[in-house]
Write a protein that binds this ligand. Structure first.
Ligand code: SF4
Ligand code: SF4
Length: 68
């Protein structure tokens, strides 16, 4: 993956449907108590499957820089 680049999750918009979790081919995103979270940043391939499947546009791959 590209270092420091991760999908952004807007928990205010998220309806907790879990589709992004199921769609992720590398289990990089998991459903935690507060909502979907990128729990394995290193596993994310930035495939954008989560963004494509989200019905409300809550998870987006916008090439923002995330500092860990
Ligand atoms: S971009 Fe792809 S690999 Fe990364 S969290 Fe979304 S579905 Fe998983
Ligand atoms: S697919 Fe979208 S609405 Fe559903 S859990 Fe993931 S981020 Fe939330």
């Amino acid at each position: 993956m590209m270092a420091g680049v991760l999908p952004q999750i807007d928990l205010m918009r998220c309806i907790l449907c879990g589709r992004c979790v199921q769609a992720c081919p590398t289990q990089a995103v998991e459903m935690l108590a507060n909502g979907p979270t990128i729990v394995r940043p290193d596993a994310c391939t930035y495939c954008t499957a989560c963004e494509a499947i989200c019905p409300v546009g809550a998870i987006t791959c916008t090439f923002e820089i995330v500092w860990k």
